[in-house]
Design a protein around this ligand. Structure first.
Ligand code: GLU
Length: 592
């Protein structure tokens, strides 16, 4: 959610900022901008609505002098529509800055500044932050002290990258609840929302912690803690390579990431013996799984598995609700936190609440060193590699795979273990190599307005994710229902040719689901039936059938979900949607 990049060094800053912004574009893409200082010490701010390519076009049509320092931003608007005025960087007096997050008390601060005759030109909270830092700077000339003094009045979340006009060699940075890292190289340094923006130039980076302050010049990086003492943060080495951020011949990152799932899942189950076997979640009296979006759907699969196989009550909670309700945590509650980025603002806040209430917290995240991984009592990394497409695929299935791994030691079923160890081959042969079937289904549904997903038990949890994927990237309205629940209201929406994607993989409830499918068929539904080769489907109660291999209940979702991802992918492709960057969305939701 919004990407920040800052560069200071010997290379052309404009090019470096554009490179970084392209890598960060998945974090927000409604508008963007850069501020650079040229070799005559002039400041130039260029902004554009839309994608980074539009900013690039504008930059190429401007006369830009040689420059070696600048800051850039790709925006996901929270306050004020996406237009050029509201786009970052913002400028006020001596200060130019870019911001990720929300300054919740910006109205109050704005009113205070208006009394001082400060004028505002945008609808953003960020301009107020900029003006306030400038206001404090008129009284406190020590820049680090000024930033600390100003930001202590900000409520909410911020990652800030700042240039003062009277110090044209330095970028200043600080953060609270939004991510920021410092890239370290020879004769050049970077400030960024994540390492992808500078990985081509350096794999060395420092994680800036909450309420730390950085002073970054070409040859030097100095970090201060909140007492303004100089501290030495560890220099980390990123082990993700630049090539992992490329499409590698695929049309879209989403497709590439779908096809990476066999390897990602196989790696997770390979880690079982050494890493997960000794983690005993059965010793807790109850478990809360807290997450947002697809991660919450992974949590629903976890709930079915943990309740079925470990007999422990599990609540799956939406993080944005959890953080503001009376969470019934006792000292034997385990709170499992799921987040691909490890920066999801609501999930991070929920984690803090769980810790305050003395729950044991276990995070399952993808991004190493992320805020959630640093806050939780224990973290399990999914190591799925960078996920660039905004709609998650491998991020989601890797979370499901870790949740599966956490119940395996209690089941101790060699057949299931063998199946999971072979998951890469099953998935590749039965799903990923059969794209014609998915294209065919996509051709049938892409021009529809409403699609329903139904299933029972774990298939219902899978339906939730399948439905979200379809909505996210194809913009088709879709709802997922427990198959038995449809008749309690929503079946009124089924009419001739309404697509119903019905999933039935569990033999314990297979017949019940089939009855529910027939109820929709009787009302004119166009039924796309997804099942496994275990069942005899000669009775033709469907219009199209997709048959997957028979697997245990434990692994079934890992096979069904990639099939649903591919249906969504080809549906969105038929509609010419911007699959990797769906409208209104952004990856890594670092605002409330
Ligand atoms: N709140 C700021 C704005 O709307 C920053 C949003 C972001 O993080 O992209 O401009």
């Amino acid at each position: 959610m919004c990407g920040i990049i800052g560069y200071v060094g010997k290379q052309n800053a404009t090019n470096m900022l554009l490179h970084g912004l392209k890598k960060l574009e998945y974090r927000g893409y409604d508008s963007s901008g850069i501020a650079i200082i040229d070799s005559y010490n002039n400041f130039q701010i260029i902004k554009s609505i839309g994608k980074i390519s539009e900013l690039e076009f504008k930059i190429n049509n401007n006369t830009i002098q040689k420059n070696n320092i600048g800051i850039g931003h790709t925006r996901w608007a929270t306050h004020g529509i996406p237009n050029e005025v509201n786009a970052h960087p913002h400028e006020c007096g001596d200060v130019i800055l870019v911001h990720n997050g929300i300054i919740e008390n910006y109205i109050e601060i704005k009113q205070e500044l208006e009394k001082e005759n400060v004028e505002f030109y945008t609808q953003t909270d960020t301009e107020v932050a900029c003006a306030y830092i400038n206001f404090i700077y008129s009284k406190e000339k020590d820049k680090i002290k000024c930033i600390k003094e100003a930001t202590k009045h900000f409520k909410g979340s911020y990652a800030l990258s700042i240039i003062f006009k009277d110090d044209i060699n330095t970028i200043y940075a600080t953060r609270l609840n939004s991510p920021l890292v410092i890239g370290i190289s020879k004769d050049e340094n970077f400030v960024s929302s994540d390492v992808s923006a500078f990985l081509k130039f350096t794999n060395k980076y420092i994680l800036l912690n909450h309420l730390e302050y950085a002073k970054v010049s070409k040859d030097n990086v100095t970090i201060y803690n909140d007492n303004l003492e100089i501290i030495q943060n560890t220099i980390n080495i990123a082990n993700w390579s630049e090539s992992e951020y490329e499409k590698s011949g695929y049309d879209h990152f989403m497709l590439k990431e779908i096809y990476e799932q066999p390897k990602v899942l196989k790696n997770i189950f390979n880690r079982y013996e050494n890493e997960f076997k000794d983690i005993d979640i059965s010793k807790y009296s109850n478990i809360h799984i807290v997450a947002c979006g697809s991660a919450m759907h992974a949590g629903l699969i976890g709930k079915y598995l943990i309740e079925n196989y470990l007999n422990i009550p599990v609540n799956v909670e939406i993080a944005s609700e959890y953080r503001y309700k009376n969470t019934l945590i006792n000292n034997n509650t385990l709170v499992i936190i799921l987040s691909q980025s490890g920066e999801t603002a609501d999930t991070l806040a929920a984690l803090k609440i769980a810790k305050e209430k003395n729950a044991t917290t276990l995070a399952i995240v993808n991004v190493v060193g992320s805020s959630i991984s640093r806050e939780a009592d224990k973290t399990i990394y999914t190591y799925a590699g960078p996920e660039i497409a905004v709609a998650t695929t491998k991020g989601y299935t890797s979370q499901v795979a870790i949740l599966i791994s956490l119940i395996l030691n209690k089941i101790n079923d060699q057949k299931v273990l063998n199946e999971l160890n072979n998951i890469d081959n099953i998935l590749t042969n039965s799903v990923l190599n059969k794209i014609e079937e998915f294209k065919d289904i996509a051709d049938k549904i892409y021009n529809k307005n409403d699609i329903f997903f139904i299933g029972r038990g774990i298939d219902y949890a899978t339906c939730m994710e399948g439905s979200l994927k379809l909505k996210e990237i194809s913009y088709i309205h879709s709802e997922a229902y427990p198959a038995g629940e449809l008749k309690h209201g929503t079946i009124s929406l089924i009419e001739d040719f309404t697509p119903v994607i019905a999933i039935a993989t569990d033999k314990n409830i297979y017949e019940k689901t089939i009855s529910n499918i027939k109820e929709t068929k009787a009302r004119g539904a166009y039924v796309i039936f997804i099942t496994t080769e275990e069942f005899d489907t000669t009775d033709k109660f469907y219009d199209i059938k997709l048959v997957l291999p028979k697997t245990s209940n434990i692994s079934s979702s890992l096979i069904v979900i990639p099939a649903l991802q591919l249906i969504s992918y080809y549906t969105a492709k038929n509609k010419n949607c911007d699959i990797d960057k769906p409208k209104n969305l952004a990856k890594s939701v670092t605002v409330e």
